[in-house]
Design a protein around this ligand. Structure first.
Ligand code: ADP
Length: 156
């Protein structure tokens, strides 16, 4: 049976740190589904559909990477796409505290789900979506942190 992992996140924006987790995930799983979660209460900075297209473009040469958007419990979506694994990245102890909680909840919702954590590659650990948003908001070029080029003129 195909081993499928769902890599869920806000990806606002998807960064080189996220790309690294996907590529390393492909060494473990047959397929990685990147799930961009929609949160009705949180306004995005980079539009969802644009981000989906940019991520699809990043992995256009890899058949075993898919991109979906969803608005539901992550564990339910994992079941829906046939994923028995959730893929997450761990940068530091703050990530650990947060991830510890949500992985328990995900197993409560779907008891067969197993969360697999990859420790961030050290050179990518400082990259966070929120810092990139701040840089971009004030006109700083952020291309170095992203695995694709943002459309010009700016998409936001
Ligand atoms: P969420 O809002 O669900 O935390 P993010 O898009 O911020 O979504 O992150 C998705 C996943 O990617 C999380 O597991 C997060 O820890 C991980 N991640 C974020 N930045 C990096 C990075 N630079 N290197 C590795 N993993 C990262």
């Amino acid at each position: 049976m195909k081993k499928i992992a769902l890599f869920p996140g806000s990806f606002d924006p998807f960064t080189k740190g996220h790309e690294d987790i996907v590529l390393r995930g492909l060494n473990i799983f047959d397929e990685v589904v990147i799930g961009i979660g929609k949160n009705a209460n949180k306004k995005r900075y980079f539009p969802l559909e644009t981000m989906k297209e940019l991520i699809e473009g990043t992995f256009s040469n890899r058949e075993n990477v898919k991109v979906i958007t969803y608005e539901d419990l992550t564990a339910r979506i994992a079941r829906e796409v046939g994923a028995k694994f959730l893929l997450r990245g761990l940068r530091n102890t703050t990530d650990f505290e947060y991830e510890n909680g949500i992985s328990q909840v995900n197993r409560y919702v779907y008891e067969e789900i197993e969360t697999v954590f990859l420790i961030t590659s050290p050179q990518l650990a400082p990259i966070s979506s929120s810092i990139i948003r701040d840089l971009h908001r004030y006109g700083q070029n952020v291309d170095d942190f992203l695995p694709y080029n943002l459309p010009k003129p700016s998409i936001v």
